[in-house]
Design a protein around this ligand. Structure first.
Ligand code: SUG
Length: 453
């Protein structure tokens, strides 16, 4: 408790850790229920452009005075998965024979979906945890095969960056496979008056583990029991946790994660009226749990922005940030919002009307957007004190020098054109493994990839 009191006197901030787009980034249409992924399946992808767009977004947030971190892509194609499925020989032989016999499998093990780090893990910062540590649970991502491969490497990366010990505690992903699906921070909001104060956690789930889901056209990826498991692992106080069901209509419209229809920062909750079945009750529950701190809710009506426009533009998959020295919050939106008349008109009038969100800024992350990943999907938020930052391992905080190095690294190693049919190309795999080996040295991560172990 004394430690907690000291901790609250420190400077706290929210650090965004963005996932780097990987060299095998492609459009394979792997995510059922993600309308952008289905729509762009088979298109030519440009991994180099995608990675540079992502770095540009990181640099933009840094230029606003926010601390920015980076998480590496994973090793793809994931040869150890193919090996476990019976393919034998050298990496090149394994890839060649797997591609010949089962190209769909290769496309799954080649996805660069680890760029969407909002799905990497759920994190509880120390003010919200009973033992005063920061807690990490990698998401099991059980709902989609290509994403279910991510957790072991994510766990190794997070442990390299946040060493287990007095300050950081790491948990295993929730067990139980698809029944106990967990998609990480994308379904988790933390409300607080300031990042170092005790907050209120809201977890949004799509279904119960054993429920009949005939009301869902698309998978409800997050399950209620997993949310409860994570709260228990992290020692979140019962009066500071809220669980809410996502409106099935939102899932059926393509909101496969709650961050497609809602985003929060501190005491501001910006959401679509169809995100939840009973928004009025939810607002009251959040307000009650916040004990005295006044929440500001911005509920966007369907008559202003139809749910379909919210989903296609990714209006809510924005980053809502407190920029040092600026009054009011800033919303970092994808350029697709600018191109969607209802969403653009809403943002313009919201900003002009003098509410808590005072600025809007647009970023081009189109390579990621075509697979259903907006600005908010690309980042994992971590509320950190100065001492937390000092205790970090690895070299994953962006500086001018690291940014330049990473841009150079992308330009040196990445292709500007990848099609699903390129995924059996041994040269692409070798280029990627060479690049990733170099990256682990640049980011001082150690041997986190299977091909290095
Ligand atoms: O899990 N797309 C990802 C997008 C994740 C977005 N994350 C958040 N909303 N936080 C997914 O559906 C598509 C891959 C492909 O089709 O090639 C994909 O995995």
């Amino acid at each position: 408790m004394a430690d907690n009191l000291n901790a609250t006197r420190e400077k706290w901030q929210e650090v965004n850790f963005d996932g780097l787009v990987g060299a095998t980034h492609n459009y394979a249409g792997l995510s059922y229920g993600n309308v952008a992924s289905a729509k762009h399946s088979g298109m030519v992808a440009n991994p180099r452009e995608g990675a540079l767009q992502g770095l540009q977004k990181m640099q933009h947030l840094r230029s606003l005075g926010l601390m920015q971190g980076v998480l590496p892509p994973h090793d793809r194609p994931h040869i150890s998965t193919l090996r476990a499925l019976g393919y034998t020989g050298s990496d090149a032989e394994i890839l060649t024979s797997a591609y010949r016999s089962n190209p769909e499998l290769v496309s799954n093990v080649s996805s660069s979906a680890t760029m969407w780090t909002a799905n990497a893990a759920t994190i509880t910062p120390s003010p919200d945890a009973a033992d005063g540590k920061m807690h990490f649970t990698p998401a099991n991502l059980a709902a989609m095969y290509h994403r279910s491969l991510e957790a072991p490497t994510t766990a190794r990366v997070l442990k390299a960056m946040f060493p287990e010990g007095d300050r950081f505690a790491h948990h295993d992903p929730i067990a139980g496979g698809i029944h106990m699906g967990d998609e990480g921070a994308a379904n988790h909001n933390r409300f607080c008056t300031d990042y170092g104060e005790q907050g209120v956690s809201l977890f949004v789930y799509g279904r119960g583990a054993f429920e009949k889901t005939s009301h869902l056209t698309y998978p409800g990826r997050q399950c209620k029991e997993s949310c409860l498991g994570i709260f228990a692992q992290h020692g979140v106080a019962p009066e500071r946790m809220l669980l809410e069901r996502q409106n099935p209509a939102a899932i059926n419209a393509g909101a496969f994660h709650n961050d497609v229809v809602a985003v929060s920062n501190k005491t501001v909750f910006f959401y679509h009226e169809e995100a939840f079945l009973n928004p009025a009750d939810l607002e009251q529950a959040i307000q009650r749990a916040m004990i005295g701190a006044e929440m500001q809710f911005i509920k966007v009506l369907s008559s202003d922005v139809p749910l379909a426009d919210a989903v296609s533009s990714y209006l809510f998959n924005s980053q809502l940030v407190s920029v040092p020295g600026r009054d009011g919050m800033t919303l970092i939106l994808p350029v697709e919002v600018e191109e969607t008349p209802t969403a653009k008109a809403y943002v313009d009038s919201m900003v002009a009307n003098g509410g808590p969100i005072a600025r809007s800024e647009y970023m081009d992350v189109r390579e990621s957007m075509r697979n259903g990943g907006g600005p908010a999907c690309l980042r994992l938020r971590v509320a950190m004190s100065d001492s937390d930052i000092q205790a970090m391992g690895a070299n994953c905080i962006i500086t001018d020098a690291l940014l330049e190095t990473l841009q150079g690294w992308v330009k040196k190693h990445y292709r500007d054109r990848v099609l699903p049919e390129d995924l059996g190309d041994v040269a692409l795999m070798e280029e990627n493994f060479t690049a990733l080996d170099e990256l682990t040295q640049l980011l001082k991560l150690g041997s986190v990839y299977d091909f290095q172990r």
